[in-house]
Ligand binder design. Structure first.
Ligand SMILES: Nc1ncnc2c1ncn2[C@@H]1O[C@H](COP(=O)(O)OP(=O)(O)OP(=O)(O)O)[C@@H](O)[C@H]1O
Length: 264
């Protein structure tokens, strides 16, 4: 095993399979995520995208396969073990505390930042935490919710709740951020703003980001690599320009019209 952190994958999922009774939701999926990557995951409804996220964040235990986080085998471990290694995620339906002010939701996430990724232990605690992730206020400013800080989370708009959930994930000071349809239900303008925020988070916070989204044309413009799932299998894993020309991807998901639009 290499000890070089620059060439070692942050997450290496090997032959991950998840079965629910007779249904194979994720079928022997291999995926490697390197430090600093911004990767999209796309595929039709029911393709296994969320189940794959659940598996790689420890939310569900894969039926088989291995999950290596920076060379460490976390297969079968509980979600907090994945969080302790620097994984954070959002859910399709935002999980915020509606009665609590927006600021307190972020403060809650910060409580879990005590279990930092190794990097922070090695280099000394606060010194290596990016400024933008130090306090609830700095995180709210980063995600653009400073003006809403004192409102109950239930009182902000659904798109603001999605931002808040990202803020809560960031508060744990992750190294790998898994985003599950954070642009669902947003207007076209909001989707584009979300994509730009995601890029900024990756660029400014030294993060690896994996982003599941159905807003394919926007996603393809912003990510460097795309994984396509179909019926639980990985059918493509390549740069966007190659994925939109992939015959199986066009047939299973994009269709000719969307493939042309995305290619353009
Ligand atoms: N807890 C569960 N028990 C049984 N079947 C499940 C469970 N979770 C997911 N499935 C099934 O596994 C398959 C994959 O579902 P999954 O939600 O991972 O797909 P997806 O690609 O995220 O879909 P979408 O784009 O609609 O969110 C589907 O057939 C779904 O019905």
């Amino acid at each position: 095993m290499s000890s070089d952190v620059h060439t070692q994958p942050l997450l290496d999922a090997r032959e991950v399979t998840v079965r629910f009774g007779g249904l194979t939701a994720v079928d022997h999926v291999d995926a490697v995520f390197m430090p600093g990557e911004l990767v999209g995951i796309i595929g039709p409804n029911g393709a296994g995208k969320t189940t794959f996220f659940n598996a790689i964040s420890g939310v569900i235990r894969p039926t088989s396969g291995r999950l290596m986080v920076e060379g460490r085998d976390l297969s079968g471990q509980a979600p907090h073990r994945f969080a302790a290694r620097g994984l954070a995620r959002t859910f399709q339906t935002p999980r915020v505390f509606g009665d609590m002010p927006v600021r307190e939701n972020i403060a809650f996430g910060l409580q879990f930042a005590g279990r930092r990724p190794r990097k922070y232990w090695l280099w000394g605690e606060e010194a290596s935490v990016p400024w933008a992730l130090r306090t609830p206020e700095s995180i709210l400013s980063l995600i653009g919710l400073s003006a809403q800080a004192d409102l109950p989370a239930a009182a902000i708009t659904p798109s603001q709740q999605r931002l808040l959930e990202i803020g809560m994930a960031l508060a744990t000071r992750p190294r790998l951020l898994l985003l599950d349809e954070v642009a669902a239900g947003l207007t076209e303008v909001e989707v584009e703003a979300m994509a730009r925020l995601i890029r900024r988070l990756r660029d400014e916070l030294d993060l690896t980001v994996v982003w599941i989204e159905h807003a394919v044309t926007t996603l393809l413009r912003h990510v460097e690599r795309v994984i396509v799932l179909h019926q639980g299998r990985k059918i493509a894993d390549d740069v966007p320009a190659a994925v939109v020309r992939h015959p199986e991807v066009i047939e299973a998901y994009l269709g000719d019209e969307m493939a042309e639009e995305a290619a353009a």
